[in-house]
Design a protein. Structure first.
Length: 327
């Protein structure tokens, strides 16, 4: 499964502090914890002794301790202590599988399998490096939908006037102008996407035409770059939203958004509330879609010219060999 080679977000950095935290990724139960130096680690969330969950245990002197019999495992996954047999030196096979871990964009990312001889990069979020933009995370949202369905919804503008009526769209202006779609080294990109929106951002006071660029930079990562109407941003800066999804199972996902905005006046809560409103309008529709998995057979669902970006995304997934959350 190629998805195991990819990096996936699994938790907010701020959620993993003193004790272990259990998460699920691609059907695998994973425990996150920090060593004595504060470095994040990821192991299989199952003690190899009697199968208890490490996430119910604790970190003891820089080792991960099982809650059942107190066996301790070092940062490499090697067992280093069996309290019931103090003089016992655990052999190399007394170990637990560990995974790759990185921290970026306010999130902890895990890679279940590293392909031999290949360093797979994290998905790119270009706005992260722009110090003029403020970064705020929103979520997580647990959604009963597959990760590809959620990405495709993010890329779709023709639902604005119906799902987000009065916010991102209006039934009076649902016609979509032609837009451009191209393949990139990391995915697909749509440019010259235009929408007339009643409330284009938190501070909008009147409807305006907004120009979007959408880009998929990994199977379950998508970016939106927005050029609002004149006078609602600073010096023409391009604000952005990153959508980062943890595919927990083929039909359940954990979702985060990362905002990169020029608004330094509003509180985090206010910025998050706006994004929350938009996504919770999408969520019941996403969870109603059948099949739960995204169909890659072009004959499985109907299409129009407004769906060019979602069609390109489906072709991209098929070309990548993605199997998790698609049918």
């Amino acid at each position: 499964m190629m998805e195991k080679n990819q990096w996936h977000p699994v938790a907010l950095i701020s959620d993993v502090t003193n004790g272990p935290v259990g998460v699920r990724l691609l059907g695998q139960d994973v425990v996150l914890w920090r060593d004595a130096q504060g470095v994040a680690k990821a192991f299989v969330d199952r003690c190899p002794h009697r199968g208890a969950r490490f996430s119910l245990g604790r970190v003891n002197e820089g080792n991960l301790e099982c809650p059942y019999h107190g066996w301790q495992f070092s940062t490499t996954g090697q067992c280093v202590k069996v309290p019931a047999v103090p003089g016992f030196t655990p052999p190399p096979q007394h170990c637990v599988k560990s995974f790759g871990v990185q921290e970026a964009y306010g999130l902890i990312w895990v890679q279940l399998e590293k392909p031999e001889g290949v360093d797979v990069p994290l998905p790119v979020f270009e706005a992260e490096g722009d110090e003029r933009l403020r970064k705020v995370n929103c979520g997580p949202y647990d959604v009963q939908a597959s990760a590809p369905r959620i990405i495709e919804n993010f890329l779709d503008m023709s639902h604005f006037g119906f799902v987000h009526e009065g916010w991102l769209g209006s039934r009076d202006t649902t016609e979509m102008s032609p837009y451009n779609v191209e393949t990139t080294p990391t995915g697909v990109k749509a440019t010259n996407c235009k929408a007339v929106q009643p409330i284009s951002n938190l501070h909008s006071t009147k409807p305006a035409e907004v120009h979007y660029t959408y880009e998929v930079t990994a199977p379950y990562t998508a970016l939106l770059t927005k050029i609002p109407e004149d006078g609602t941003t600073k010096d023409g800066w391009r604000e952005a939203i990153g959508l980062f999804i943890c595919p927990m199972t083929p039909t359940t996902s954990r979702v985060w958004f990362r905002l990169a905005v020029a608004d330094f006046e509003s509180s985090d809560d206010k910025l998050q509330a706006f994004q929350h409103t938009i996504f919770t309008q999408d969520q019941p529709v996403l969870e109603s879609q059948l099949p739960k998995e995204l169909p890659l057979d072009p004959r499985a669902e109907l299409h129009s010219s407004a769906d060019r970006m979602s069609s390109a995304y489906r072709r991209y997934l098929k070309g990548c060999g993605v199997t998790f959350g698609v049918c």
